[in-house]
Design a protein around this ligand. Structure first.
Ligand code: AMP
Ligand code: MG
Length: 420
């Protein structure tokens, strides 16, 4: 989403100052190049993948003139009220009538069946009275009625999908209709995910006082999976710089390495310094809430690194706002800002000026058809339950001081965001 309150200048101060959300995303996208190898996959397995080359049609679709309805193929100039037509045969889908229709003749026809020679229109079966092998109709029938012409969907040599198109069901269908069974797509990126924190455990361990189960790894990997991105689980790393560095060193085979936790300015926050030792820091502060500390950079070699914040909502929001767009850009998909809706806010929303806020909300349509939004609960960065209850972000600009009841606010539906 575009914010009105910042410049797009991302100068050398990006390492010290907090970037705006757009500055941070633009800086990340600029640093990601689509260097994916390509691979040939079976058509159905290309779903959600990105076409590596333009794909042209070789066949017109439909390939032959055919009926759009179940009925009778006739010559439109023969139509007169209650004039009888002699039914001389049938043309079924896959079983064309090979003869020619002469004056006063009709051929029974089904949807998708080839139009017999001589016919130029279909009279639909609901408007016909059948008496043995004779039909009559009062219907008005004009030439071309209910006829599908060759190529009215796809002409040969048109581009079915351009390189860098993310392939959805309709693209797969267009390719299948051409008889294409394999195609070249960009290879899937490799992504490793680990958590940092001495307090974190994996089940079935029993929690001692002061310990929690690691939820960020599952949340982040789930968001990636939801966006069609597979990842490798690299486990939990202790809060010490050497252990973090050793994961960074052994993860150079990944295109992306993601961590969570250890990025604020606490005593045990070593991710930023580990990255500075093992690569280059791009920035580490974004003026947003949740998610202010976000370490972005590159490990020496070609691995992109993101140190996401530890708080569960912050790690999910930053993953969706920055990491998924970056991985998609790496796979050749250009970033497009999701549509921003406007809704009437039913609650008073609290906010301090200074950071752009993604507040968790529930949007619905009122009985009058108006879009309305309410808060989904506590907005603290550790409160994942209000994220799971939400269906949208209420976007509050950096210098806004909240929103009042009935104010129109900007809303991003989760369904428009990859990963959620
Ligand atoms: P940190 O940024 O490491 O100081 O973590 C901030 C907060 O997020 C702390 O309350 C951590 O316990 C919590 N946290 C960090 N990593 C995780 C994780 N993987 N799962 C759940 N909570 C976490
Ligand atoms: Mg920590």
């Amino acid at each position: 989403m575009q914010q009105s309150d910042h410049s797009e200048n991302n100068g050398n101060d990006s390492v010290t100052r907090a970037l705006t959300v757009n500055e941070a995303r633009n800086a990340i996208l600029k640093s990601v190049e689509c260097t994916c190898a390509t691979e040939s996959v079976e058509l159905i397995n290309a779903t959600g993948r990105v076409a590596a080359k333009d794909i042209q049609a070789t066949t017109a679709i439909p390939p032959f003139t055919n009926s759009a309805m179940d009925g009778y193929a006739i010559r439109s100039q023969d139509i007169r009220s209650n004039h009888p037509f002699k039914v001389i045969g049938k043309s079924l889908a896959g079983h064309p009538y090979e003869g020619t229709i002469n004056p006063g003749e009709a051929v029974r026809i089904t949807t998708g069946a080839a139009l017999p020679k001589g016919a130029d229109a279909i009279v639909i079966q609901e408007l016909v009275t059948v008496d043995g092998d004779t039909i009559t109709t009062n219907a008005k029938v004009s030439a071309g009625q209910y006829i599908r012409k060759p190529g009215d969907d796809i002409q040969p040599e048109t581009t079915l999908c351009a390189a860098k198109t993310k392939l959805g069901a309709a693209h797969i269908g267009l390719l299948a209709a051409q008889g294409i069974s394999r195609l070249e797509v960009f290879a899937a990126p490799t992504v490793g995910v680990f958590s940092t924190g001495d307090e974190l455990l994996n089940p079935p361990a029993k929690l001692a006082h002061g310990q929690i189960f690691d939820s960020n790894r599952a949340t982040i990997r789930s968001a990636l999976k939801n966006a069609g991105i597979e990842s490798v689980d690299l486990g939990i790393c202790a809060d010490d710089e050497e252990s973090i560095q050793s994961i960074m060193n052994s993860a150079r085979q990944f295109d992306f390495l993601l961590s969570s936790g250890g990025v604020s300015v606490g005593e045990a926050d070593y991710v930023k310094s580990a990255l500075e030792t093992n690569g280059a820091l791009q920035f580490w502060k974004v003026a947003m809430k949740p998610g202010k500390p976000l370490v972005s950079g590159k490990l020496s070699g070609d691995t992109h690194f993101f140190g996401l914040p530890g708080n569960p909502v912050s790690s999910l929001v930053t993953c969706v706002q920055f990491v998924i767009p970056a991985i998609r850009a790496f796979c050749g998909i250009d970033y497009t800002a999701p549509p921003v809706l406007r809704a009437r806010c039913l609650d008073r929303l609290k906010k301090e000026p200074g950071r752009f806020e993604f507040q968790r909300g529930i949007m619905s349509t009122s009985q009058d058809g108006e879009l309305v939004v309410s808060t989904s609960g506590l907005q603290d960065s550790h409160v994942l339950s209000s994220m799971s209850a939400a269906n949208c972000f209420i976007c509050l600009d950096q210098f806004a001081d909240g929103a009042s009841i009935d104010e129109t606010v900007k809303v991003l539906l989760f369904s428009a965001l990859d990963g959620l």
